[in-house]
Design a protein around this ligand. Sequence first.
Ligand SMILES: [Fe+2]
Ligand SMILES: [Fe+2]
Length: 208
Amino acid sequence: MDSTGGQKKWPKDWGEFIRGLFQDAEPYLSVRGDVLHAKISHGYALALMREEGGDPRIIEPAVILHDVGWSCLTPDAIKGAYGVKAGGHESHTLNRIHEAAGERIAREILKGYSYDSDLISIIASIIRTHDSGKQVRSMEEAIVKDADKLWRFSETGFSTEFKRQEITALDLYRHLESHVREWFFTNTALRIAEEELGKRREEFLRES
Ligand SMILES: [Fe+2]
Ligand SMILES: [Fe+2]
């Protein structure tokens, strides 16, 4: 799968570039059903940047493209590679494959725009460890990782994740509640996650 198709004309403005990136990423993201994940995480990244700063030339492409690498795994492999039930050596290896493949595909897509090569290197290095990296090297990396994780706290992300991970909503809620204080690098992301968790709790109480 190669959506780059050679060099592209630089879009007329940043908004057009971002829309173009979403279009380029879509065939890859669709393999795991991640188009909404990328859109919602991108929205969170914009909110985090407003409070925390960071360079949008790095953050926005990195968030939009971070999960394109799932397209290189089979549906069965994807299931075993992430989520509440994932664990062990094999899932670790598969998860690293989605990071490495994502880096390669993101480089190809951005090179198609003749994007700045230094920025491509930074974006690629963020994608390479977006799941596995325990530390962050910059505010840009912190925001990409936080925006990725905030997805699972959102209304859409929460319902998508418990269904595709084949667990109950309560299992996912407990998982998020037990990890919320250890996952985030920025105070703004932690605040948003706790607010969203409160909303998910209210939805629970209403439905039970
Ligand atoms: Fe990922
Ligand atoms: Fe992700």
